[in-house]
Ligand binder design. Structure first.
Ligand code: 1YM
Length: 640
């Protein structure tokens, strides 16, 4: 090869890297904080690939002072020999020729191929400097690049090392001229590193932040249980309905497939799938295979054991995933990513593999664990009932032309149809409802009296809830629908005000209503539309003055302000309940926007009250009574 050609290929390489610097977005998506972190994943992916190939057990990621990043692994080390095509070391080739890693690396699973995988050369192009150290053949090899990939000196040996020591260490400093920010976020790195550790059983990854002198130990992530431990991690704080995580795996034609799952008593699912450690947000054949098998196996088992009767309809994919936490992971030598964001696996052979591995293993689990199996099947059947109920609920809300609905006798709607100015009072009891109706501003205030106690939805699902007339009234009045068709934009009122007595029963009803909102209308709570009215506990009359106070303390404070002779003659009445206030009184104390005291209910209130929900809402009536009686003062002071 003559010098002329040599120069030309050099120029070509630099033109390639220059193209990356001109249009970084084309290679790493963005140059914001996300792109900055992308550089780390490009380098870490090479270490992960080496681990997938079976040669690397330890990876270390360090955020250095000055926001450079070091990634170390104990793999074979990037080859140091002269590459036949470029006549340069393979290390230099990998770091200067676009996509060289993919082209020259042979076989095995590769993280690359998804959204990442543009290669080490792109990191080099977008860095102020890069240093690569390779430990191999008893020697330490070193090369440094500057200003977007310029080589100062070819790869050289800078020392000796133990003949058994192998590995690659890369340190790079992102180019501040390219990126909007140069500050790495520890937590962003941690979350993905932890995920990589879960997805690669036994691989040890350490993350260390050396920007702060005090932190020199870092955090180590290593999970011998792999994705089973990922499922346990996600289910922390949830209540599993069977003890062990189910972990199934199988390999065919070099395609490795595994899945880990555990059901909880919750109503949501957490299902995540990965191919070569890349999250397949839009699923694909691996996920389809599992979902298909899960539905089929549960139905077959439920029929065969008679838990599901002949007359019962079959469970759907949605029914069997209620409360399910599941991680699906596939390692494929040649993955095809499809869809606009390349977030879906397309390889059709994986569907069959996933189906086979899952159905065989899961069926075996059901047969060997009949108690757990029954719990899972029954949970799916409840979900099925709730799904039918949701259908019914949709029909109710669709049909709910308020003018003809017979519940309209109960709701006294406001005249305004503008949700921004409208509010609804949910009032305990008909008599208080009557006073509230008379005392309201009928332009903007709607009144919904509740006759009976509403159903406890903590332990009931949508289907039973919908059998409850009070709940149906609430759904219809809100206008939002429920279940899949819930739509916050359709909420007919800006404020939903729970107006109950300031006593134990009132507190109980408040808890029941909040349970209902929290479980079935959570966005309404989250967006701050729910309030508790605060009716007064005391009325103090002296002369022509009427003063209401919310509690004993406020009453005493008020009395202390009165001259002694007035105080002595003041009539103090403990308010018995909303029903005993006349319309004027109710308006003045609890409804008038200028005088009333409202307390906004937050989700945090609900979550904090969760333990109390449990106690108050449990299945046994007696302990609940006792609890309320014993804790009356406490319940009154709750933010609920
Ligand atoms: C901190 C970054 O890059 N590790 C790494 C990279 C490679 C190898 C080992 C490796 C791969 C192969 C053979 C192979 C790469 N090699 C290449 C290429 N860590 C880091 N560890 N021997 C070593 O794929 O056959 C690209 S990456 F192309 F040179 F083989």
């Amino acid at each position: 090869m003559n010098n002329e050609h040599y120069d030309a290929s050099d120029i070509q390489v630099l033109e390639g890297l220059e193209a990356v610097r001109k249009r970084p977005g084309m290679y790493i998506g963005t140059t914001d904080v996300k792109g900055l972190h992308h550089l780390v994943w490009e380098i870490v992916d090479n270490s992960i690939d080496e681990s997938l190939a079976g040669y690397c057990n330890n990876i270390e990621v360090i955020i250095n002072k000055g926001n450079s990043i070091t990634v170390k692994d104990d793999g074979r080390g990037i080859p140091v020999d002269i590459h036949p095509k470029t006549k340069k070391s393979t290390v230099e080739t990998v770091y200067t020729v676009l996509h060289a890693g993919g082209k020259f690396g042979g076989g095995g699973y590769k993280v690359s191929g998804g959204l990442h995988g543009v290669g080490a050369s792109v990191v080099n192009a977008l860095s102020k400097w890069v240093e690569v150290t390779v430990y191999k053949n008893g020697k330490i090899h070193f090369i440094r690049f500057e200003d977007g990939g310029h080589v100062l000196e070819p790869l050289k040996v800078i020392g000796d090392c133990d003949i058994n020591r192998t590995g690659t260490t890369v340190t790079f400093k992102p180019d501040p001229d390219i990126f909007d920010t140069d500050i790495y976020d520890y937590n962003t790195l941690k979350v993905r590193i932890r995920e990589l550790a879960f997805l690669n059983k036994g691989l040890k990854i350490t993350l260390r932040d050396d920007r702060d002198e005090e932190d020199t130990t870092g955090e180590t992530f290593v999970y011998e249980g792999g994705i089973s431990e990922y499922v346990k991690f996600i289910n922390q704080g949830k209540t599993p309905i069977h003890e062990d995580v189910i972990h199934l795996e199988g390999t065919e034609d070099n395609v490795f497939f595994e899945v880990a799952l555990q059901y909880t008593d919750g109503y949501n699912d957490n299902i995540y799938s990965f191919v070569n450690n890349i999250n397949t947000h839009d699923g694909g054949t691996h996920e389809e295979g599992v979902r298909r098998a899960l539905t089929r196996v549960i139905n077959n088992y439920a029929r065969r054991t008679g838990i599901l009767k002949e007359k019962d309809e079959s469970l759907t994919g949605d029914d069997v995933k209620e409360g399910l936490t599941m991680i699906i992971s596939c390692k494929h030598p040649n993955p095809q990513f499809e869809g606009q964001t390349k977030g879906r696996l397309g390889n059709s052979e994986v569907r069959k593999l996933a189906d086979n591995v899952f159905s065989e293993g899961f069926e075996k689990f059901l047969l060997e664990n009949p108690d757990e199996a029954r719990t899972i099947v029954e949970k799916s059947m409840l979900a099925c009932r709730a799904r039918n109920a949701a259908k019914k609920a949709r029909e109710i809300t669709r049909k709910s032309d308020l003018a003809i609905s017979n519940f309209f006798g109960k709701l006294s709607d406001c005249k305004s149809k503008d949700p921004k100015v409208s509010e609804i009072f949910i009032v305990e009891g008909d008599s208080a409802g009557g006073s509230a109706k008379k005392g309201r501003d009928s332009m903007t205030q709607a009144i919904l009296p509740l006759r009976g106690k509403i159903l406890n939805v903590e332990k009931a699902r949508l289907d039973r809830a919908l059998g409850n007339e009070e709940i149906r009234s609430i759904i219809t009045a809100f206008g939002t629908g429920i279940g899949d068709e819930f739509n916050l934009d359709k909420l007919r009122y800006d404020k939903i005000i729970i107006m109950t007595d300031a006593d134990v029963d009132g507190a109980h009803i408040r808890v029941l209503l909040l349970t209902l909102f929290y479980r079935f209308f959570r966005p309404i709570v989250e967006s701050g539309h729910v309030y508790a009215a605060q009716p007064p506990l005391f009325r103090i009359m002296h002369g022509k003055t009427r003063k209401y106070t919310l509690d004993e303390k406020e009453k005493d404070e008020y009395l202390a302000t009165l001259p002694e002779n007035v105080r002595a003659r003041a009539e103090i009445a403990r308010m018995k309940g909303l029903g005993e206030m006349d319309a004027e009184e109710l308006n003045e104390t609890t409804m008038d926007i200028n005088k009333r005291v409202l307390r906004r209910i937050t989700v945090d209130d609900c979550v904090a009250a969760d333990a109390i929900f449990e106690k108050l809402m449990g299945d046994d009536v007696e302990p609940r009574r006792e609890f309320i009686e014993e804790n009356a003062a406490f319940v009154e002071n709750l933010d609920i």
